[in-house]
Design a protein around this ligand. Structure first.
Ligand SMILES: [Fe+2]
Length: 87
């Protein structure tokens, strides 16, 4: 299946995917800091490997979105990863 950049649904799906990947990245990074118990060090390393492996995927996806839709398109993904101003 070919992704058509001109389709606004595809833009929305790609930016939602970027936001979800960034949220997962943040969650794994937080779990990396919070690893406790036995075997906490192996969990610490597992979560580190998980969040670091996502970074290249996130970067590649964000750069594709910018190339298709412009830099403002990736600003929308902040809505999915930033805490609400009310929090
Ligand atoms: Fe660390």
């Amino acid at each position: 299946m070919r992704m058509e950049p001109s389709n606004p649904v595809n833009r929305s799906l790609l930016t939602q995917l970027l936001g979800i990947l960034r949220a997962i990245h943040w969650s794994h990074w937080t779990s990396h800091w919070q690893a406790r118990g036995n075997p906490s060090y192996s969990d610490h390393l597992l979560f580190e490997r998980l969040y670091k492996n996502l970074e290249e995927e996130i970067d590649t996806l964000a750069e594709k979105i910018v190339s298709y839709y412009g830099a403002e398109a990736v600003a929308a993904c902040l809505l999915y990863t930033s805490p609400s101003p009310r929090d």
